[in-house]
Design a protein around this ligand. Structure first.
Ligand code: UDX
Length: 436
């Protein structure tokens, strides 16, 4: 099938590449000329496991262009995968979605299906369909479908090729049949529903996961206060299949491009419809406080952080990505800089993005060892494999004052307890102090 994709971010590009992998002829469109040039030269503009390989493998079926007219003109399916960033009031900014919708309406020559993949507030697909058909003024019929994505960064290609489910929100058989044909290669369960339900499935899923994280984080904080261990508590909970064993990792809060934005957007949407979605509002508040936890913990050990040598391991919002959006490190490191701490940081792929947001006040190191050398306190913000595999004895060997604040519970407490001369302060577990 002839497919066009508007927007070459995580969602758009991964969707386009995976559709090409499954035999479709795909043209990806973006306004960013540098990015398009890079992709025309066969290079992936984002770090995502498997993406580069699939781009190379399917280069015959993949085109990249800034010329939207040629891309949309005779496409059978056009995906909208542009950003819906958060506005100051927490609502979603839909200006990019509607700008693309206008371009589509002006370009298409044949009856086609426009698929909104971007996460959009409930009712947006209806508005897009009205807008494109009004602009077309009967010249050609455009059907609009909602097809939210559930890919997680770091596993985006795998999540797309082997989806947990494919949700198709349609209002007519033309759109339904075309999308079922487009996805005929997939063995994922198909949930065909109306457009508003499809839009809601996306928010309800993401916000449920955010809520689950905030819940386990609150339980973790309580565990610390009462002497329980969150890892054991989560394990005990996980055998109940109604709860499951996923997303029960306590830590310093969720980040990324979805949970923070989508929780706020749903909360805003509820308010706008004279409802209050209390659980989601609570998840947001808990998450904001959780991000500050490493600083609160550090102040247990130092009244004043001025001149203190700080080692930071991990900057990205999670491992496997160079994305910094809403990463807890972006909250914590600026506070440490303001406090006058001397910061050395390590991250395998996130440094250049971090520098864009925090241009001064941090020295970057190429290795964990170099970062730890002479440090008075170490913060772990991302559970990178290199951190998980680190011998905790290295903290004692290399640091001046081996205090470790582990925001991602990277180490087993038994293992830590066997290392002499260390203070280990993690999330939802008792502080381990083996100095005496
Ligand atoms: C998420 C959803 O998983 C995905 O389905 C949706 O399409 C987009 O949003 P993503 O943001 O890429 O994907 O990452 P995810 O792996 O879900 O992690 C989000 C954040 O939650 C990270 O900061 C992670 O560290 C945190 N998290 C996750 C926890 O703190 N604890 C957990 O148990 C799981």
């Amino acid at each position: 099938m002839k497919v066009a994709v508007a927007g070459t971010g995580y969602v758009g590009l991964v969707t386009g590449v995976c559709l090409a992998e499954n035999g479709h002829e795909v043209t990806c469109v973006d306004v960013d000329e540098n990015k398009i040039k890079m992709m025309q030269e066969g290079k992936a503009p984002i770090y995502e496991p498997g993406l580069q390989e699939l781009m190379t493998k399917n280069s015959e079926r993949l085109k990249f262009t800034t010329d939207h007219v040629s891309a949309y003109r005779d496409a059978e399916v056009i995906f909208i995968g542009v950003g819906t960033p958060e506005k100051k009031d927490g609502s979603a900014n839909l200006s990019y979605v509607f700008a693309v919708a206008d371009q589509i309406a002006d370009s298409v020559q044949n009856e086609c299906v426009v698929v909104v993949k971007s996460t959009v507030p409930i009712g947006t697909n209806d508005r897009v369909e009205a807008a494109v058909n009004e602009r077309c003024a009967g010249r050609v019929k455009i059907h609009v479908a909602s097809n939210p994505e559930f890919l997680a960064q770091g596993t985006a290609v795998r999540d797309t090729l082997h989806s947990s489910r494919i949700v198709i929100g349609v209002e007519d058989d033309f759109a339904k049949d075309r999308l079922l044909q487009l996805y005929s290669w997939s063995d994922a369960p198909m949930v065909v529903t109306n457009r508003r339900s499809a839009e809601m499935i996306k928010y309800a899923s993401n916000d449920f996961l955010a809520l689950k994280i905030s819940y386990i984080n609150e339980i973790a904080n309580l565990c610390e206060a009462i002497g329980a261990d969150i890892k054991d508590v989560a394990k005990g909970m996980s055998y109940d299949s109604r709860i499951g064993d996923k997303f029960l990792n306590a830590g310093i809060g969720y980040g990324g491009s979805c949970f923070p934005k989508d929780t706020k957007a749903l909360s805003w949407l509820a308010t706008f419809n004279d409802h209050e979605i209390k659980t989601v509002k609570a998840a947001i508040e808990v998450n904001e406080n959780q991000k500050l936890l490493p600083i609160k913990k550090a102040r247990r050990y130092f009244n004043d952080l001025r001149g203190i040598n700080v080692a930071v391991l991990g900057l990205t919002f999670k491992p496997g990505t160079d994305d910094l959006r809403e990463a807890p490190s972006l909250v914590t490191v600026p506070v440490l800089i303001d406090d006058g701490a001397k910061i050395r940081a390590w991250d395998p792929v996130g440094v250049s993005n971090f520098k864009k947001q925090v241009p001064e006040g941090v020295t970057y190191c190429d290795s964990i060892e170099e970062t730890l050398k002479g440090a008075d306190i170490c913060f772990i913000f991302t559970e990178w494999k290199d951190v998980l595999e680190l011998d905790p004895g290295m903290f004692v060997k290399l640091m001046n004052n081996p205090i470790v604040v582990d925001g991602r519970n990277c180490f087993d407490v038994e293992k830590i307890a066997s290392v002499k001369g260390l203070v280990y302060d993690s999330i939802g577990r008792a502080v381990i102090d083996t100095r005496s």
